[in-house]
Design a protein around this ligand. Structure first.
Ligand SMILES: *Cc1c(COP(=O)(O)O)cnc(C)c1O
Length: 411
């Protein structure tokens, strides 16, 4: 970063510190990943500067020849990768993508049925703290508290009683697959549209290692920086008949000029996602998550829902006498980055929580496999069981450093 060093050494230093933090810690945040350097190069490219309101072939600024080529390529790659009729690659984020879908086909105040945040849903699915809840009339379905999996019968009953105009499926901390066929059937039976928000699992779906919602849903949204590892941003896929409404909802509806640099990164990622090594990466991501669940169970922890079918596990820490907040803080002190997470019917406040959410994407991208996963689980157990033993914590921190050195982040 020679120019940044010269113009603003203070910011340059903070960026270098962050690079070093990422290299020297184990990232188990289920919503994050390491992106290939090529994706970051595209994000930092000259396209950051181009104003290009509109869509390829129909812009409100001149000089868009290359912008058009880039966006058209990204759109056609997105459609091919996911087998979608239409793709809009302009959303700045997952939340922007969801807002655009709601406003494309619904009037303010109309009814939407979605999963509740405290059971694994997302803020932008109508949580009281999100402005989405002030624009639309949301009701929420949840988990069966015995199985800790989606209660499809409850979902059906709520749909019949509430008669929503849209049903939203998709979650942020749900370790199970979602039965899209069943949800689509329920949506059809009450004439509701179906939006699937596959933010977390878009990479797994792209590699076809878990079922795709695309054939079953009217709209599919996702963020690009999670399992997909395409850097920041959002995408909307939809059936052809909604293509114009979705485009207008993004521009001029809810956004101005698109971030063409992010679109460049998305295009790169869609290209890389077709390669065999990406498919293998996503397979290993699933295997590693299952391995985490098995190993933590062996160490005496309870897995919410009894295990995992995707890239994350949710661990109930109550039997260990720990809160999520204390576990998160202790693990960060030894270089292991996780986030505290509410578990279903959590007795603690969300800021404290009784669980932690662990994701396998980033360590799998570093090349770690089952032996390393077992080692990490043991290190975590060691730290969480000895939160006041400075000597043991120091030992674990050293082991974390060694493992990071052994598996440098690939460029
Ligand atoms: C992460 C996530 C989002 C939000 O994406 P941003 O890019 O942070 O706006 C939306 N929906 C779900 C289900 C998510 O997990």
């Amino acid at each position: 970063m020679p120019y940044l060093m010269k113009d603003d050494p203070q910011v340059a230093r903070i960026i270098q510190d962050e690079e070093s933090r990422v290299e020297n810690t184990l990232n188990l945040i289920a919503a994050e990943n390491h992106a290939p350097r090529s994706v970051l190069e595209a994000q930092g490219s000259i396209f950051s500067l181009k104003a290009a309101e509109g869509f390829p072939g129909n812009r409100f600024h001149a000089g868009c020849r290359h912008a058009d080529a880039l966006e058209s390529l990204a759109v056609s790659r997105a459609k091919d990768l996911y087998g979608a009729d239409h793709a809009n690659v302009q959303p700045h984020s997952g939340v922007s993508a969801n807002l655009a879908v709601y406003f494309s086909v619904l009037d303010v105040g109309e009814r939407i049925l979605s999963m509740k945040l405290s059971h694994g849903g997302h803020l932008s699915h109508g949580d009281a703290a999100s402005m989405t809840s002030r624009c639309f009339n949301f009701q929420h379905y949840g988990l069966n508290l015995k199985t800790e999996q989606i209660d499809y019968d409850e979902l059906e009953n709520l749909a019949k009683a509430f008669e929503p105009r849209m049903i939203v499926a998709g979650a942020s901390s749900y370790p199970r697959l979602i039965d899209y066929e069943r949800v689509a059937e329920i949506a059809q039976s009450v004439s509701a549209l179906l939006l699937v928000d596959m933010a977390h699992i878009a990479g797994l779906v792209a590699a076809r290692v878990i079922p795709s919602p695309v054939p079953h849903a009217d709209f599919v949204t996702f963020t690009t920086y999670k399992t997909l590892r395409a850097g920041r941003g959002g995408i909307i896929l939809c059936k052809q008949k909604y293509a114009d409404r979705i485009n207008r909802s993004i521009f001029p509806g809810g956004q101005g000029t698109p971030s063409l640099n992010l679109i460049a990164a998305k295009a790169v990622c869609f290209h890389l996602a077709l390669a065999d090594d990406f498919v293998q990466l996503q397979k290993d991501t699933l295997i590693n998550a299952s391995c985490f669940a098995a190993e933590f169970e062996r160490l005496g922890y309870r897995m919410v829902s009894g295990g995992t079918e995707n890239h994350l596990v949710l661990i109930d820490l109550r039997s260990k006498g720990l809160t999520g907040a204390l576990a998160e803080e202790t693990l960060e002190s030894v270089g292991i980055i996780v986030n505290r997470n509410v578990i279903p019917a959590d007795p603690e406040r969300p800021e404290v929580s009784s669980g932690i959410r662990i994701g396998s994407p980033a360590i799998t991208t570093r090349g770690m496999l089952e032996p390393e996963v077992r080692q990490i689980a043991r290190m975590m157990d060691s730290a969480m069981s000895n939160i006041e033993n400075a000597q043991i914590l120091k030992q674990v921190a050293r082991e974390v450093q060694d493992l990071c050195k052994q598996f440098p982040i690939k460029k």
